[in-house]
Design a binder for this molecule. Structure first.
Ligand code: SAM
Ligand code: SF4
Length: 435
């Protein structure tokens, strides 16, 4: 979501004549887009701002701005000494609903005026702004912003505001324009993308309309909330060949007592029921999830339920976090009573188990042929490409004569818990699929 927002910001500034530099010491304006979901993310931003200090010492005219969720939460101390000495180097603080003001605020900052804009909006969706996309193959499209779920541990409803959706028509126009420009993959984004609603159009309507624009484009979406997984949505994903059979469906915990304290509005039985329904409709679907360990009062018995559910469901992958107490959330008042030592032990148990399962699932792909979109150079070798299969798994392979943006078929011959390795099976770019 932040990367998509950064593309919006780039677009707004590009219209005023700003361009991107790869070298930070050449920059006249340095903007950091921040996340406040966990304390660790905030600490990293303080570290980063500390590094900008030496740049500002050498070039006092450089404008430094903090954007995003953290700007919203920490506006009072980011401009002061309290923020570990970095406050005085920050010229701008701009929250996620105020990016339209950025060009003006940057202009004023050139003239020595510090600026703060952190008002949240009930209507801002940046609907009319075309993000400046630097990658010509995969595009993110934010279809809704904010969140109304108010999970007890989460700052998002406070930092990104109330839920609002973009009009369906404007999203379709954007997809049509991306198809004409040769984009091969669209990812629809939202904190709870499946609670999208534009008048009578729900997320399944949007997904179906987006998938119908160009059948050679892959369609992905993230993040889905278990509460908003409807039968119609499952049918829509199953029905359209170009909607990737991959669902990221955060559960957080398998203890019903903890889920209730988290205010997640479902229990583990309902979550299991959803997974069954999804797998019945799409037997080859890939499913990933999020877990939080060490939520207030979590006991070994609660943790054991999560381990049992992981064994039972066998997720393809998971994002696993230690609970981070966030000020002003309801969970903050419950106290952070699980020790760091226990949190570390529990997260390691979850990571070990999930890695073992991911490795087994990936190993079962050996000998299979998968379709991959070539996305770029592999991180380890200049002679290899990387790309993802439909199930969002990274596949590495020799470059051959293929180029970024090609769809190719690869036979998987080696795997580990995170990656598949393949060889070219058939020299083929994607054909039009009608369904
Ligand atoms: N809206 C999605 C949902 O609820 O299913 C998730 C969006 S949230 C920004 C991404 C993930 O961050 C959550 O699923 C949760 O696992 C994690 N998270 C949020 N608040 C957290 C906290 N206070 N401590 C640790 N992890 C947290
Ligand atoms: Fe945060 Fe997701 Fe809960 Fe919204 S639904 S409050 S984004 S965890």
């Amino acid at each position: 979501m932040n990367m998509a927002d950064s593309e919006l910001v780039l677009s707004l500034l590009n219209e005023e004549g700003y361009t991107i530099t790869e070298n930070i010491t050449d920059a006249d304006v340095i903007l950091v887009n921040t996340c406040g979901v966990r304390e660790h993310a905030e600490q990293r931003i303080y570290g980063r701002l500390g590094k900008f200090k030496s740049i500002k010492n050498k070039n006092p005219d450089v404008v430094v701005g903090v954007l995003g969720c953290m700007a919203e939460r920490l506006r009072s101390n980011l401009t002061t000494e309290k923020a570990k000495g970095v406050g005085q180097i920050v010229d701008l603080i701009v929250g996620p609903d105020e990016y339209r003001k950025l060009p003006d605020l940057v202009h004023k900052a050139w003239h020595g005026e510090k600026g703060i804009a952190v008002q949240l909006s009930r209507i801002e969706t940046y609907n009319d702004i075309s993000p400046l996309r630097t990658n010509g193959i995969s595009a993110w499209i934010s279809v809704m912003r904010g969140c109304d779920k108010f999970c007890s541990f989460c700052v998002v409803p406070f930092t990104r505001g109330r839920e609002r959706s973009r009009p369906l028509v404007s999203i379709i126009q954007e997809v049509e324009s991306l198809a004409k420009r040769g984009f091969k993959e669209i990812t629809l984004l939202g904190q709870n993308v499946n609670s999208y609603q534009d008048r009578n159009n729900k997320f399944d309507h949007l997904l179906s309309a987006v998938a119908s624009v160009d059948r050679t484009m892959r369609i992905r979406f993230t993040t889905s909330h278990p509460q908003d997984i409807s039968d119609e949505l499952i049918e829509t994903i199953a029905e359209h060949k170009n909607i990737c059979k991959y669902i990221h469906l955060p559960i957080q915990s398998a203890s019903d007592r903890i889920l209730e304290l988290m205010n997640r509005n479902y229990d583990s039985k309902h979550y299991r029921y959803l997974i069954d329904k999804i797998r019945t409709a799409m037997p080859n679907v890939s499913i990933s999830t999020d877990f939080i360990v060490g939520f207030p009062t979590e006991a070994d018995e609660d943790h054991k339920k999560t381990l049992e559910l992981i064994e039972e469901i066998r997720f393809d992958g998971a994002f696993m976090f230690q609970y981070s107490a966030r000020e002003n959330t309801p969970a903050y008042k419950m106290g952070d009573d699980v020790s760091n030592e226990t949190k570390t032990r529990r997260i390691n148990e979850i990571i070990d188990l999930q890695n073992r399962i991911s490795a087994q699932i990936n190993h079962s792909n050996i000998g299979k042929v998968v379709e991959v979109l070539v996305e770029g150079r592999s991180k380890k070798s200049a002679s290899e490409w990387q790309g993802r299969n439909e199930g969002n798994k990274m596949v590495i392979f020799q470059k051959g004569e293929f180029k970024i943006g090609d769809y190719i078929n690869l036979k998987i011959n080696q795997t580990n818990s995170a990656t598949l390795f393949g060889t070219i099976e058939q020299n083929k770019t994607k054909e039009v699929t009608l369904c």
